[in-house]
Write a protein that binds this ligand. Structure first.
Ligand code: ZN
Length: 471
């Protein structure tokens, strides 16, 4: 169906209406049209057509007029999936993948680091989700996560943009090194007061499933030393921004050098509960390695055994376990689904970027070759920021690959990580004249092949949902 659109002072335009976007409100009609490279929003009011660009004002108006286009709390639902979309293009694929799976999505999810690396803002990340939700007429709850926020300033920025979930990253308040201290050093650094000792020493703390947690003086001092400041900081944040507000609150203690022990997890949870802090999710640092964009590396038996205790602690304190860097961890997905009894949050982000680059390899091989060569040249720069074990010697040289062989690079862990961790450098690369090197060409290609991108994500994120569901 085509509709003639007239706007004052403009030439008549004729664009196809996106049927799934059609909404009426009173005697006004709203819909999007496919206007070439970018969609436009049309508002029909008093018989006149108003033709709007998809900018921040239009997103604010949509969220006001159609509450389903605004984020809301979702973490209290059983299965939730963080669908990080670094490009602002992935929501159609994410929603297609999750349809009928029982997962509620967090469609806007970015950390401050990702904002910087992608040159985006929280407004832009949320607006992209709003437009996609409106376009598709998706009327179920979805969340917006200010991910890995570390300061009051960052929190206020995310909340001022309407984010409904805070992920508090306490890594700067967590003090490492306790395990390496002598008993004397630790006693001096972490004096035990009688209240704390009475709360934890000489008793068995029983969890659902009959797991027990015990502390001795040493382990209690280590917990208090390591997490004391993080607990106080979390309490401050909770009281300022979460208490009495309709917001999801996740505590992330996953960015540490060593795995979170069950006793540490229990200590943090119990101390927070005693201070009246309600969490919706907590992300421990699990055993093994959660490298970006590839499967879990580690002992599956140990992972399952430890996850059982973490899940029991979460159940005791009425929150869900959150799994970070969760994309592509296919070997642990059935374990997560089973052990958490279908109640968990899992975050993905970089894998949707990788699917976008796989699309470039499939459809724009010449452009892919340029980007790949750039990533190789800048890998060491990107590597400083990520714990990855990439072996570039295992990435076949481009000259040896025909165009049709390029997409298969995305089946190799080493090539995946090469493209995964260089995303910020690729998106911000400039030529000698200071003009963007890849970004406009990449975006133009992704828009040209939008249907293919949706299909790739539907399959790939759909595989995540299916593997998690194999409980
Ligand atoms: Zn994390």
């Amino acid at each position: 169906m085509k509709l003639e659109l007239y706007t004052t002072g403009d030439e008549p335009r004729s664009y196809p209406i996106i049927q799934s976007s059609l909404q009426t409100k009173g005697d006004e009609t709203y819909f999007m049209v496919d206007a070439g490279p970018e969609d436009k929003l049309v508002v029909v009011k008093d018989g006149r057509y108003h033709y709007l660009d998809l900018n921040h004002d239009a997103a604010v108006m949509l969220r006001r007029e159609f509450p389903f286009t605004a984020p809301s709390r979702v973490l209290r639902l059983d299965k939730t999936l963080g669908c990080g979309d670094r490009l602002g293009l992935a929501t159609p694929g994410h929603l297609a993948a999750l349809k009928g799976t029982g997962f509620a999505p967090v469609l806007a999810q970015q950390s401050i680091r990702e904002l910087k690396l992608t040159g985006r803002s929280y407004e832009d990340v949320l607006d992209a989700a709003t437009f996609a939700v409106f376009r598709l007429g998706f009327q179920k709850p979805w969340g917006a996560d200010g991910d890995h926020l570390k300061t009051f300033e960052e929190i206020e920025y995310a909340l001022s943009c309407g984010y409904t979930m805070l992920t508090l990253d306490c890594s700067e308040k967590i003090h490492g090194g306790a395990a390496a201290m002598s008993d004397g050093e630790l006693a001096a650094a972490s004096p035990l007061n009688p209240t704390l000792a009475g709360r934890y020493l000489d008793r068995e703390l029983i969890l659902p499933g009959d797991f027990t947690i015990t502390f001795d003086e040493r382990s209690l001092r280590e917990c208090a030393y390591t997490y004391g400041d993080a607990i106080l900081f979390t309490q401050d944040v909770f009281e300022c921004y979460i208490k009495g507000a309709a917001r999801d609150f996740e505590l992330s203690i996953d960015e540490t050098a060593t795995p979170t022990t069950p006793a540490q997890h229990f200590f943090v949870a119990n101390e927070l509960a005693m201070r009246g802090v309600r969490l919706d999710t907590l992300a421990p640092r699990f055993c093994g390695q959660f490298q970006k964009g590839i499967d879990y590396i580690g002992d599956l038996g140990q992972f399952e055994a430890e996850l059982r205790v973490h899940a029991a602690i979460a159940e005791q304190f009425d929150y869900k376990i959150s799994v970070h860097s969760g994309s592509d961890k296919f070997s642990i997905f059935p374990i997560v689904g089973r052990v958490c009894a279908g109640r968990y949050h899992l975050k993905t982000a970089g894998t949707s970027w990788l699917e976008a680059m796989k699309l470039i390899a499939q459809r724009e091989p010449a452009l892919y070759r340029e980007v790949h060569a750039f990533a190789l040249a800048h890998f060491d720069e990107a590597r400083q920021y990520y714990a990855v074990t990439t072996d570039l010697a295992k990435v076949p040289p481009l000259e040896a690959l025909s165009d049709t062989e390029l997409p298969a690079l995305f089946e190799s862990s080493d090539a995946r990580q090469l493209i995964h961790i260089t995303y910020g450098l690729i998106l911000s690369a400039k030529d000698e004249a200071g003009a963007p090197l890849f970004r406009p060409r990449l975006y133009a290609a992704w828009r040209r092949h939008a249907a293919d991108y949706e299909a790739l994500l539907k399959a790939h994120i759909g595989n995540h949902a299916a593997a998690l569901g194999k409980e």
